[in-house]
Every structure is written in C-alpha cells, then in structure tokens.
Design a protein around this ligand. Sequence first.
Ligand SMILES: Nc1ncnc2c1ncn2[C@@H]1O[C@H](COP(=O)(O)OP(=O)(O)OP(=O)(O)O)[C@@H](O)[C@H]1O
Ligand SMILES: [Mg+2]
Length: 253
Amino acid sequence: MSCLLDVTDLCKSYQKQLGLFRQEKIAALDHVSFQLDAGKTLAIVGETGSGKSTLAKVLVGIEQPDQGEIRLAGKTVSMSNYRKYNHVIRYLFQDAERALNPSQKIGAMLTDVLRFSTVLDSTQRQKKVIQSLQQVGLMDEHIDYYPHMFSAGQQQRIALARALILDPKLLILDEALTVLDPTLRAQIVNLLLELQQQKGLAYLLISKNLRLVRHISDHCLVMQHGRVVESGPTEQLLTQPQHPHTRRLMGLS
Ligand SMILES: Nc1ncnc2c1ncn2[C@@H]1O[C@H](COP(=O)(O)OP(=O)(O)OP(=O)(O)O)[C@@H](O)[C@H]1O
Ligand SMILES: [Mg+2]
C-alpha cells in the first residue's frame, strides 16, 4: 500500500484567555506524527479537548500549524499551495444540517463546488452532480430540493455527496456519524465501506464510539492533551491497550 498522508511533528497552540489579564498557551497539537495509507481507515480517539478537531482543521487548511510538515502522496502541503490540494482531502462535519446552506437548492450547492474547484463546463457539471447524488443513494429530482426538505440521514448523504464530488483521496469524518440514530448510522457506514472498496478512499475517523472505531478502522491513534499517547492496529490496540488513557477511554480503569 502506498502512503497517502504523512504527518510529521505537527504543532498548533492557542492562547486561552483566563480572566481579564491572564492568558495561557494551550498546545492543541503537540508534535503529532502519523501516516495513513491509501484506501485505509485511521481512527483518532481521545477525550474532549485532546486536539482531534484541531488536527482535522489543520489538515484541511482551516487552521495553520505553528510547525511540522504535511505530505500528501509525497508532496508537501503548505498554506501557500493549499488550493491545489483542497479537492484531495475533504472534511465532513458533525452536523450536516448546519453545514448546508438552507436557502440554496441541493443542485446549485453541488454545482458551486464544481464551479469553484474544476474547469468542467455546465453540461459536465450537471452530469457530475447527478452522478454524485446517485452515488450516495439520492435521486436526480433532489437537485431542486432545499436542505430542510430532507431527513437527517438524507442530509448527511447530501453532505457526503458534496464531500465526494471532487473525487477526494481522503475523507475526514469528524464525529460525522455521532448524531445519527443506529439504523441510519449503519446505512451510512455501509455506504462509506462500499465507497472505500470501489474508489480506494482513505478515511480519518474521529469518533468517541469505540464500537464504530473497531468496526471500520485499520489503525487507531489515541490523543491526550494534543499528544499521541498510543497508536497501532485497531484490533490489537483495543484488545491490549497499553496506555492508561486508552484504558480509561475503554472504561477499563
Ligand atoms: N479557535 C480556538 N481558540 C482557542 N482555543 C481553541 C480553539 N480551537 C480549539 N481550542 C482549544 O484546543 C484544544 C483542543 O480542541 P479540539 O477542538 O481540537 O478538541 P477535540 O479533541 O476535537 O474535542 P471534542 O472531542 O470535544 O470535539 C481545546 O483545549 C480547545 O479549547
Ligand atoms: Mg472535536
């Protein structure tokens, strides 16, 4: 398997205001390094505030790291060349409804993504929009619907269609499945696994749901206070957790 994402020594700190005059520096990412192969799933677990979303935001260019290197398929990604890579890594947020513009029809929303990031003409764009809706189990006529006309599960599918329309190599799921009820979650998980088989997509799954992590991830990385405290093949890590923080997350101590 070829290495898709290679992260080395990533650091990001924030200033936290403590009262009127005092500030504290918080290391949201503290020398984080890991690799992810094409077509594989890496889970990131850790207590609240451990830096999981910060990592996702740095990877998609929403936040800038203080130091460290991100290499995608062997090429260094930096703020200055990020536009070139923003179709390769896509980010699926927790709350699909909030991430969708309520006043824009689904077709227009998906077309805008293509208009912004590709050189496709309008006929090609329309074809691609329909394809991407079908890929996530929605129908052609849905292009004329507004987000509020869909159920929560369908909204998550629309968010997925938007994330996939540029044919990314890596999709980051930041607690994106948490809000769904178990039946819907199972449906979306099956869809994600199918897409991984068909397209060789890699996933970075941020989740507190260890059953889900066990079900779909190959490797797992445990974070605490911005640091990676344990990592390894998921099955091994969850059956023989070494670090006290991992054991705590599993409810073992
Ligand atoms: N924009 C920001 N400004 C200041 N501090 C921030 C900012 N974003 C995150 N932080 C801080 O960085 C730390 C890591 O936050 P992050 O959102 O990455 O945690 P998380 O692991 O995703 O938590 P959760 O599981 O609750 O989503 C926290 O202490 C948080 O308060
Ligand atoms: Mg988070």
